[in-house]
Design a protein around this ligand. Structure first.
Ligand SMILES: NC(=O)c1ccc[n+]([C@@H]2O[C@H](COP(=O)([O-])OP(=O)(O)OC[C@H]3O[C@@H](n4cnc5c(N)ncnc54)[C@H](O)[C@@H]3O)[C@@H](O)[C@H]2O)c1
Length: 355
């Protein structure tokens, strides 16, 4: 790894803290600083994990340029966000826009001042909702499936690829991320900043503070673990909505590969998601959670769709996987087992957050 000083914004969050700890463990000579305003409930638990690994924690807010003063940075990994697709829908979008767009711009400014590399965590939510929900599909007893032949470009049974059209609404959350992607492109073009843009689907694994509007995988395992209730919301209320997921260990491997070969990936946008092989419906996830936790819980059926929900999302990550020659190692069972073990080992500190 050619870097010396790495700054991870949102570094006490699920993705930021896990990337920081894995990078420091694998490359002990790196100096890593994690900045976070601890807005996400449970992120405070990361402070000890980071310090124990030799990572500096700075309590700061990317909305404030005054908080973004550092002597040396040669790599910035931008992981801070209000990551919920429901943010701003029935409330003010101020926090969402000020963090996910203005805050990201502040981070790009920091990168410009230091001429550092930038790795940006974008989202599959930049793809328009109506186009995804209009895709031709079939229905099996447990899930919705995307048909192989579609009228629209960039869609097949393998999922949504990078050339899927972008000219329709995608949620306020998705819009802040797409706008940030555009500014990253402009910073690269105008100022010669070198960056990589990763559009991630559902990422999951230990240390994700799953809640109803973000982190569904952990939410599902935790509710089974603590024997509480869940609901299948929308699309008939049968839990047939499908998402692909990538385990945080696989995401780390993808990012480590990019960082070690930055020149090969810079200036490009990649979908990074579990894909068709690592996709699961809520109904299928319930079965897995029952098997692994040994608990069966009550799941209410609500037929009406929730705002900003999708029938399915599967990322077609062929571009990245072909270039990197990587394949994902953690399937649904391995992922649920990892989350289960993490909850079990940290039950006391997690109970009030996840249940
Ligand atoms: N987890 C997923 O499934 C997923 C999927 C696609 C993209 N992403 C993106 O990955 C990145 C990391 O997401 P995550 O899952 O780790 O979310 P997270 O909520 O666990 O982490 C985000 C962190 O940012 C911090 N934060 C929020 N506002 C801040 C601010 N103004 N200043 C400083 N820190 C602030 C929060 O306290 C939190 O610790 C985000 O950009 C998110 O949009 C996540």
């Amino acid at each position: 790894m050619d870097y010396k000083h790495v700054l991870i914004t949102g570094g006490a969050g699920f993705v930021g803290s896990n990337l920081a700890i894995k990078l420091k463990t694998n490359f002990p000579k790196l100096t890593i600083t994690c900045l976070d305003n601890l807005k996400r409930r449970g992120s405070e638990l990361s402070i000890k994990r980071l310090k124990d690994t030799g990572i500096e924690f700075v309590h700061g807010d990317i909305r404030n340029q005054e908080d973004l003063v550092f002597e040396n940075i040669d790599l910035l990994i931008e992981c801070s966000a209000e990551p919920s697709v429901l943010a701003g829908i029935n409330s003010s979008p101020d926090y969402l826009i000020n963090t996910n767009l203005i805050g990201t711009l502040n981070c790009l400014e920091l990168a410009r001042q230091h001429n550092s590399h930038v790795l940006f965590l974008s989202t599959s939510r930049i793809y328009p909702m109506s186009y995804i929900n209009d895709l031709a599909f079939t229905e099996t007893p447990t899930r919705f499936e995307i048909k192989d032949t579609q009228k629209i470009s960039g869609a097949s049974s393998r999922g949504i690829a990078e050339d899927f059209p972008l000219d329709a609404p995608r949620s306020l959350y998705g819009a802040t991320k797409l706008a940030s992607e555009l500014f990253l492109t402009e910073y690269m073009d105008n100022y010669g900043i070198k960056g990589i843009n990763n559009r991630c689907g559902v990422i999951t694994g230990p240390w994700q503070m799953g809640k109803v509007d973000q982190g569904v995988f952990v939410l599902w395992v935790a509710k089974h673990y603590f024997k509480q209730k869940l609901s299948y919301i929308g699309y008939g209320g049968e839990g047939k909505q499908v998402r692909d997921f990538i385990h945080i260990d696989d995401l780390y491997k993808a990012i480590e590969t990019q960082l070690q070969n930055f020149g090969d990936y810079q200036g490009k946008t990649y979908n990074i998601g579990g894909g068709l092989e690592n996709s699961i419906s809520l109904k299928e996830l319930t079965k897995l959670c029952q098997e692994i936790t040994g608990n069966t819980i009550s799941i209410e059926s609500i037929k009406e769709n929730r705002p900003a929900d999708l029938r399915f999302f599967i990322a077609d990550s062929t571009k990245f996987l072909k270039q990197s020659k990587l394949s994902w190692q953690k399937d649904a069972r391995a992922t649920v087992i990892d989350i289960y073990n993490w909850i079990h080992e940290n039950e006391d500190s997690l109970k009030s957050i996840l249940s």
